[in-house]
Design a protein around this ligand. Structure first.
Ligand SMILES: C[S@@+](CC[C@H](N)C(=O)[O-])C[C@H]1O[C@@H](n2cnc3c(N)ncnc32)[C@H](O)[C@@H]1O
Length: 521
C-alpha cells in the first residue's frame, strides 16, 4: 500500500520522485488536497459568493487520473501511453504528477478489488452504473484504501470530481458510497471479500485484483514449472507492485562508467544481467544515453533471454560471420541488444516484424548500432520466413506475440482486457512462428522461443506440440545458458528443467519464458 504524505507521491509509482513541487506554490497539502495559491500564501480573503453558490474547484491531478481511466475504457488506450503526454500538456508536475500517476495506475491495477468492495456499498449491480461514475468511485476507493489519503480529502475531492464530470445527482451518490467504503480499513474489507469468496483461489483473485482465469493460469504455471501453488499469493502481489525502471546499456556502445552519457541519473547495477542498470527514479527520457539509443528501457528478464541466445556456443563453433534473425522484432528492444552483441562478434542481424508501424520503431531502436551490423529491417509475416529462407540463419529469436500475462505489473489495464479466448488465436500463431524459425535456422543453429507469459498453453504446450511433429530438433540446457549469461557471482535460482521460467516474485523480472532449441546437424 502506498501513502500520500504530502512529501512524496504514492510510493512505487512511476513519476513520483521525491522532489519539491516544481511550481513552488505549495498546491497539494499533507492530506492530498489541492490548495489555491492564495491560500498557500495565507491570503484568507473569501469570494463574495455565498457558500452554497461556490463550486469546489476540481483537483487537476485527480481529474487527469479520471481522464486516463475514461480513455482506457472508451478507446482501448494504454494508460502508460496516455498519462505522460496528458500530464505534460496540462503542466502537472512534481508531486502532483506522482499523485496522478499512482492514482491512475493503482486504480487500474486494483480495479477488481475495488469493484468487489463497491459492490457491497452500492444498492444495485455495478454494471447498471454510469461507467464514468463507476470510474470516479474506483478512484475514491483507491485513495481511501490504497493511498491512505485522509477520508475527508478523498471523499470531498472525489465528490467534486463527480459533480464536475458526471453530474450533481451522481455526486451525491458518490458521497454516500465513499463514506460507506471509508467505514472499514483495507484489511477489514479484504477479510470480508475473502470470506465471501467460494474458494481459496477465488478469494486470492478478488483480494489481489486478478480475473479468476488469470489467477488460475498463473497458479498452474507455477506448479507446471516445478514451484509451489502456495506462491500464487506472492506472484499476484508482485503483479500489483509498480516495477522499478530498468535500463539496458548496450554492450560495445556504452559503459556504465561513461559518466557523461548518463547525465545525473541515479543508477545501480542490475541484479542478474551484466547489461542491466536500475534507475532510482522514474523518468529515463532525459538521460543522454537513452536519447541517443546506446541505452534503452528494458526489463532484466528480456535482457537475460537475449544474452542467453547470443552467448550459447554452437556445436561447430562457427562464431564469426554468423547471421542472426529476430523474427518478431517490434518495437525493437531485444533486436537492439542482439545487434549490439552481433557487432561485438562480427555477426549480422536481420530484424523482421509484421506490423509496419512497429517495424519503424525497430529502425529507430537500431539507430545507434554501427553500420554494417543490421542487414535489414523488414516488414513481413514471420510464418513465411522458414519457407522463404530455409536454413539461412545461425541463431533465431522468436519473441512471440503472447497474452503478456508475465508483464501485468507494467501494464495496469491489461489484465482486464485479456480474455481466455485470446489464447486460441495466439497459441496457433506461436506454433507457426516457432515452426518457421526452426526451418529458418541451419542445422547446428539455435532457436530461442520466448514469451512474456508463463501460461503453460503459450510455453510448454507450444514447444511440446511443435517438437512432437519433427525429429530434427533437440532441447538445449536453457538454465545453463542463462546461468552463463548472468553477471559474475550472481546465483540465479532456476528450476531443474530444460527451459527457464522467470518470475516477478522470485527474480524481480517480468515472467519471461525461454526455451533454447538446436536444429540437429
Ligand atoms: C512480444 S512482441 C516482440 C517484442 C520485441 N522482441 C522487443 O523486444 O521489443 C511480438 C511482436 O510480434 C509481432 N508479430 C505478430 N505476428 C507476427 C507475425 N506473423 N510475424 C512477425 N511478427 C509478428 C507483433 O507485431 C509484435 O511486435
Amino acid at each position: 500500500m502506498s501513502a500520500y504524505d504530502g512529501g512524496r507521491g504514492g510510493s512505487g509509482a512511476p513519476g513520483n520522485r521525491d522532489r519539491r513541487d516544481e511550481r513552488g506554490d505549495g498546491r497539494r497539502d499533507a492530506s492530498g488536497r489541492q490548495r489555491s495559491a492564495a491560500r498557500s500564501r495565507g491570503d484568507r480573503t473569501r469570494t463574495s459568493q455565498a457558500p452554497s453558490q461556490r463550486r469546489k474547484r476540481t483537483d487537476p491531478a485527480r481529474t487527469a487520473a479520471f481522464d486516463v481511466l475514461r480513455e482506457v475504457a472508451e478507446s482501448d488506450a494504454y494508460a502508460n501511453l496516455v498519462l505522460p503526454p496528458l500530464l505534460r500538456e496540462r503542466r502537472i508536475r512534481g508531486r502532483d504528477a506522482g499523485f496522478a500517476t499512482e492514482l491512475a495506475y493503482g486504480t487500474l491495477r486494483l480495479r477488481g478489488r475495488y469493484d468487489a468492495v463497491l459492490a457491497t456499498c452500492v444498492d444495485r449491480p455495478l454494471t447498471g452504473l454510469d461507467p464514468a461514475l463507476l470510474d470516479v468511485l474506483r478512484l475514491g476507493a483507491h485513495q481511501l484504501l490504497g493511498m491512505r489519503v485522509p477520508v475527508h480529502a478523498a471523499v470531498s475531492e472525489t465528490v467534486a470530481l463527480a459533480r464536475d464530470r458526471v453530474g450533481a445527482g451522481p455526486a451525491q451518490m458518490a458521497n454516500a458510497v465513499l463514506r460507506r467504503v471509508s467505514e472499514r480499513s483495507l484489511d477489514e474489507w479484504l477479510d470480508i471479500l475473502e470470506k465471501e469468496a467460494p474458494d481459496r483461489l477465488a478469494g486470492l483473485a478478488v483480494t489481489a485484483s486478478h480475473p479468476l482465469w488469470i489467477a488460475r493460469a498463473l497458479r498452474e504455471a507455477l506448479v507446471g514449472n516445478g514451484r509451489s501453488a502456495d506462491e500464487t499469493a506472492d506472484l499476484l502481489a508482485a503483479d500489483n507492485a509498480a516495477p522499478r525502471v530498468t535500463l539496458v546499456g548496450r554492450p560495445g556502445l556504452v559503459e556504465a562508467s561513461d559518466d557523461d552519457v548518463w547525465g545525473d541519473a541515479d543508477l545501480v547495477a542490475g541484479r542478474w544481467a551484466p547489461t542491466a542498470l536500475r534507475l532510482e527514479g522514474s523518468d529515463p527520457s532525459g538521460i543522454p544515453a537513452v536519447r541517443s539509443g546506446v541505452a534503452g528501457v528494458q526489463d532484466e528478464g528480456s535482457q537475460l533471454v537475449t544474452l542467453a541466445l547470443a552467448g550459447i556456443a554452437l556445436d561447430d563453433g562457427a562464431e564469426t560471420g554468423e547471421r542472426w534473425l529476430d523474427l518478431c522484432a517490434g518495437p525493437g528492444g531485444k533486436a537492439a541488444l542482439l545487434a549490439a552483441l552481433a557487432a561485438e562478434r562480427g555477426a549480422t542481424l536481420v530484424a523482421n516484424e509484421v506490423a509496419p508501424h512497429r517495424a519503424r520503431l525497430v529502425r529507430g531502436a537500431l539507430a545507434a548500432v554501427p553500420d554494417g551490423v543490421v542487414e535489414e529491417v523488414r516488414t513481413g509475416d514471420g510464418r513465411e520466413v522458414g519457407a522463404q529462407e530455409p536454413g539461412a540463419y545461425d541463431r533465431v529469436l522468436v519473441d512471440a506475440p503472447c497474452t503478456g500475462l508475465g508483464a501485468l505489473r507494467r501494464r495496469p489495464e491489461s489484465r482486464w482486457r485479456r480474455t481466455p479466448s485470446d489464447l486460441a488465436a495466439l497459441t496457433g500463431l506461436q506454433r507457426e512462428l516457432l515452426t518457421s524459425a526452426l526451418d529458418a535456422v541451419r542445422p547446428g543453429g539455435v532457436v530461442a522461443y520466448v514469451t512474456c507469459s508463463p501460461h503453460l498453453a503459450e510455453t510448454h504446450l507450444v514447444v511440446d506440440d511443435v517438437l512432437r511433429r519433427r525429429d530434427d530438433v533437440e532441447r538445449l540446457d536453457t538454465p545453463a545458458a542463462v546461468r552463463a549469461a548472468v553477471r559474475p557471482g550472481a546465483d540465479i535460482p532456476l528450476a531443474d528443467r530444460t527451459d527457464v521460467q522467470l518470475w516477478p516474485h522470485v527474480h524481480g523480472t517480468d515472467a519471461m519464458h525461454l526455451t533454447l532449441l538446436r536444429r540437429r546437424g
